[in-house]
Design a protein around this ligand. Structure first.
Ligand SMILES: NC(=O)c1ccc[n+]([C@@H]2O[C@H](COP(=O)([O-])OP(=O)(O)OC[C@H]3O[C@@H](n4cnc5c(N)ncnc54)[C@H](O)[C@@H]3O)[C@@H](O)[C@H]2O)c1
Length: 270
């Protein structure tokens, strides 16, 4: 990633909580200079302060990028102080769920380049995936800069239309939580069969991580990987009969869960 423009002009991060810090860790690891980073956050993390990042101080007049990573519910408090970064050369990036590009254009002005991003927390270890979409004022160089920043912390996909963002949020933005819950519930299932909590958790974690890695790096689609585990008439088939049930299994359950998350995204943006 070419960080020269960020190291020269500076980057402002508004909100350094779980998602803001996860991205910042990835950028620092790839050569972003701590003294080029200006964080606005009323509750700065001591770990970040120790890195030499500037907190809640004077901001550069013309930073290359402003990254907004506050909760959607805090947006009305956070945006007014940033208005001065609008209608210039500063690229506005935002990771907030639900909040639409139109809302940022109202705050910054429609000629401001704005890119909406939906990342996820595996960004903290460089294994995230982010979807990006820009407004009309965001040109190819703006999108390239947004893509370059987010590819420092994982994969990046470009969306065709902002209307896809709530579905993306429901799938990959919130998705790590579903997987962590899968680990919890698989471990609980192992415990119910007599394993100790520690052993059940170790087995569940390694199984989900290993299966995830296999699905990511190999050429085989997940359905084929599933078949490769499933001996006819064997143990896996007995479990999948329950999990793949069209009425009570994963398919209707995850369809409902992802729909609920997407609906909530639409509500947050309304
Ligand atoms: N956590 C995730 O998995 C995830 C994934 C994708 C997108 N997001 C989006 O990222 C954003 C942040 O979520 P999070 O989980 O990091 O939340 P968080 O609560 O961990 O972090 C938010 C941070 O914003 C700070 N803050 C509050 N008001 C502020 C203000 N007026 N100005 C500056 N900073 C302020 C808080 O002190 C906190 O550190 C949300 O909009 C969320 O939709 C989160």
């Amino acid at each position: 990633m070419d960080l020269d423009v960020l190291n020269q002009r500076g980057i402002v991060l508004v909100g350094a909580g779980r998602m803001g810090s996860a991205m910042l860790e990835g950028w620092l690891a790839r050569g972003l200079q701590p003294d080029a980073v200006h964080v606005i956050d009323p509750n700065p993390s001591p770990a970040l302060i120790e890195r030499g990042i500037r907190f809640n101080g004077a901001l550069p007049d013309d930073p290359a990028v402003v990254v907004i990573a506050v909760k959607p519910q805090m947006m009305a408090d956070a945006l007014p102080q940033l208005k001065g970064f609008g209608n210039g050369d500063t690229l506005i990036l935002t990771v907030a769920a639900g909040v639409t590009i139109a809302a940022y254009e109202r705050a910054f002005g429609a000629s401001t380049p704005i890119v909406r991003i939906m990342p996820n927390t595996p960004a903290a270890i460089g294994q995230g995936i982010s979807a990006i979409i820009g407004n009309a004022a965001a040109g190819p160089a703006d999108l390239a800069l947004a893509e370059s920043l987010m590819s420092a912390v994982g994969q990046v996909v470009r969306l065709d239309d902002e209307s896809q963002m709530d579905a993306v949020t429901a799938l990959s933005g919130s998705g790590p939580a579903y997987v962590f819950h899968l680990i919890e519930t698989m471990a609980a299932g192992g415990e119910a069969q007599g394993l100790s909590p520690e052993l059940a958790l170790q087995l569940a974690r390694a199984t989900v991580a290993g299966a995830g890695q296999l699905a990511l790096v190999g050429d085989l689609p997940p359905g084929k990987l599933r078949e490769n585990v499933t001996s006819p008439g064997g143990t896996t088939a007995a479990a999948l009969k329950i999990l793949m049930d069209g009425e009570t299994g994963f398919p209707p359950l995850l369809r409902r869960a992802i729909a609920a998350a997407a609906d909530r995204g639409r509500e947050l943006g309304a």
